[in-house]
Design a protein around this ligand. Structure first.
Ligand code: COA
Length: 329
């Protein structure tokens, strides 16, 4: 495949109305505080979906903004790829609900789950479909309503995550702009370190499951931290190798927004000064598959990315999964 073949031509994002700050946890009876959360994670607030808000509604709002920015109408979409670990329903996919909601009458639609790396995987799938000649216009969404699957009694996890959706429209590359390299990896031998143990078909929801909270996210924080730092370092190396570029050629790095310390370690390894690293984890928390596309949309709309600039995306998530992209805008 000759690159660049596919480019990102429009982005959008959406978040729920309700903001939950670090100070708000006390009122929820959770034994934590702003100082602990800020020091360990860099997170100050996150968005939490309320009544009437769903993965479908957030994804559809983000999709409409991305289509508007791209100058594309819903019937022009050939494929919708929705990356999520918190679908509205386990069957059917949330992607088909988005397809119906936005009126993408010609589109094939499906969900993928690569946890926080989902949007990176989704972009690579979109590029592959375009390379095969099966699609001209693809909508890739990363979206989560993690607040609905975290254990609100577990302070180790409930302070970390947030809800939101980011959407991107991809079309054929022109003028040498587009995806210069893409890398994806996984290691399922470490699946238990960050998981949702029950609620799937292996262990369906029962009163016992609910009582023990095993239908919610569980995490071995320190192990996840170490693996995130190692894997994101490798992903940034592979992204640069694949594009035959040095870190000095990268104008902006957009890493997965899990934790400021993981972001700083990744930037240090990649040789990227923090001024060239996009950070919004303070305002969104970890929105998993939505984190990179939300950050990308913000960066574009704020003028941090201009035509001709080269951006590196680096993701890591449950699985473990990790991956990276280098894109010329
Ligand atoms: N508020 C206050 N104290 C908390 C707390 C909270 N929200 N959560 C945990 N603690 C306590 C622990 O109970 C522990 O207390 P103890 O020593 O009395 O047992 C103490 O803080 C230290 O916990 P520890 O797990 O060692 O902290 P840490 O420095 O490793 O930080 C994380 C915890 C979760 C912030 C960190 O491990 C991390 O960021 N991991 C990666 C998480 C992640 O990004 N996951 C998604 C990847 S895509």
């Amino acid at each position: 495949m000759k690159r660049p073949l596919a480019m990102i031509v429009g982005t959008g994002h959406a978040v729920p109305k309700r903001i939950l700050t670090n100070h708000d946890f006390a009122a929820l009876g959770i034994d934590t505080n702003d100082e602990w959360i800020t020091e360990r994670t860099g997170i100050k607030q996150r968005y939490i979906a309320g009544d009437g808000e769903s993965l479908t509604s957030l994804s559809s709002e983000a999709a409409r903004a991305a289509m508007k920015a791209a100058g594309v109408t819903a019937p022009e979409l050939d494929v919708i790829v929705l990356a999520t670990a918190s679908p509205d329903r386990l069957l059917p996919s949330t992607a088909v609900e988005v397809q119906a909601t936005i009126g993408a009458t010609r589109a094939a639609a499906f969900d993928i789950d690569a946890a926080c790396t989902g949007w990176v995987y989704g972009v690579k799938i979109a590029e592959g479909l375009m390379a095969m000649g099966d699609a001209e216009t693809v909508l890739v969404i990363g979206a989560e309503t993690l607040s609905r699957i975290v254990n609100w009694k577990d302070r180790n996890t409930c302070v970390l995550f947030g809800d939101g959706a980011g959407a991107t429209v991809l079309k054929r590359s022109t003028k040498g702009r587009g995806i210069l390299s893409a890398y994806m990896r996984s290691d399922g031998s470490l699946a238990d370190l960050l998981q949702r143990p029950a609620g799937g078909s292996l262990r369906p929801v029962t009163p016992e499951v609910i009582a023990e909270g095993s239908n919610c996210i569980t995490m071995a924080g320190r192990e996840v931290f170490k693996n995130a730092v190692r894997s994101m370092a490798e992903a940034s190396d592979r992204a640069l190798d694949g594009a035959k570029l040095a870190s000095s050629d990268i104008d902006l790095m957009i890493p997965h927004q899990a934790n400021i310390r993981i972001i700083e370690a990744t930037a240090k390894h990649a040789g990227m000064p923090m001024e060239k690293v996009y950070v919004n984890v303070d305002r969104y928390g970890n929105t998993s598959a939505a984190s990179i596309p939300i950050a990308l949309d913000e960066a574009l709309r704020a003028g941090r990315i201009k035509e001709g600039m080269t951006v590196m995306f680096v993701g890591f998530g449950a699985g473990f999964t990790w991956g990276s992209l280098v894109v010329r805008f």
